[in-house]
Design a protein around this ligand. Structure first.
Ligand code: FE2
Length: 207
């Protein structure tokens, strides 16, 4: 008896998209200046961050030039991501709410595992990311949300890996579904890791 595979569907995949801002150095310099100004003005809040500084309120309520520039890059990336997943929703039928905050993680600081319930896309833009060799310092890691995966480990198959880590560079932005558990390895360097995280939530546009 012979048998042939005639189809292989990948069900329920989770997209992770990476974007590069063109010539990000000027933007990152002005974002760091804005971060210094905000840190001088407010004490910050404690959320999933352990150590370090987390800005208060919605970063996108501010109209500082680098924030509005970043906001338009985020909106362009979201539009592309919706296209990439084959969204059939008409852009004018959607109302986007963007909520963002800035994280500054000095040596030893990290972000504990968490999700961003209630949003659609979550993302991170990297303002500064200290260079490291052979270390997990500053890496973001995503955990597979499927259950009973450890049982599959014996098959050593890439589609059933439990987690995926990456270290985006300054000027890069990543987007992922907000349900995905993620965390950030402690910063082992003397430099600060500065990032801007955001949640994008869609509602039906009022007509
Ligand atoms: Fe997060």
């Amino acid at each position: 008896m012979q048998i042939e595979r005639h189809r292989y569907d990948k069900l329920f995949s989770t997209p992770l998209l990476r974007y590069q801002v063109a010539d990000p150095d000027g933007l990152n310099t002005t974002l760091l200046e804005e971060a210094a100004r905000m840190r001088g003005a407010t004490g910050g809040v404690s959320k999933s961050n352990r150590g370090g500084w987390h800005s208060e309120g919605n970063l996108f309520d501010q109209d500082a030039a680098p924030i509005t520039t970043l906001r338009s890059s985020i909106e362009a990336a979201l539009e592309d991501a919706n296209k990439a997943i084959g969204s059939k929703a008409k852009p004018d039928a959607l109302r986007l709410k963007l909520f963002g905050w800035m994280n500054a993680n000095p040596k030893g600081a990290f972000n504990a595992p968490h999700t961003h319930p209630g949003a659609h896309w979550s993302g991170v833009y990297y303002v500064s990311q200290p260079e490291v060799e052979d270390s997990n310092s500053g890496m973001i890691e995503f955990l597979d949300p499927r259950t009973d995966l450890p049982h599959w480990r014996i098959l050593k198959a890439a589609p059933f890996r439990l987690k995926k880590k990456l270290r985006p560079q300054p000027g890069e932005m990543i987007l992922f579904p907000s349900y995905l558990v993620h965390w950030v390895y402690p910063n082992e360097t003397e430099g600060e890791r500065v990032s801007i995280a955001f949640n994008a939530t869609y509602k039906a546009a009022r007509r």
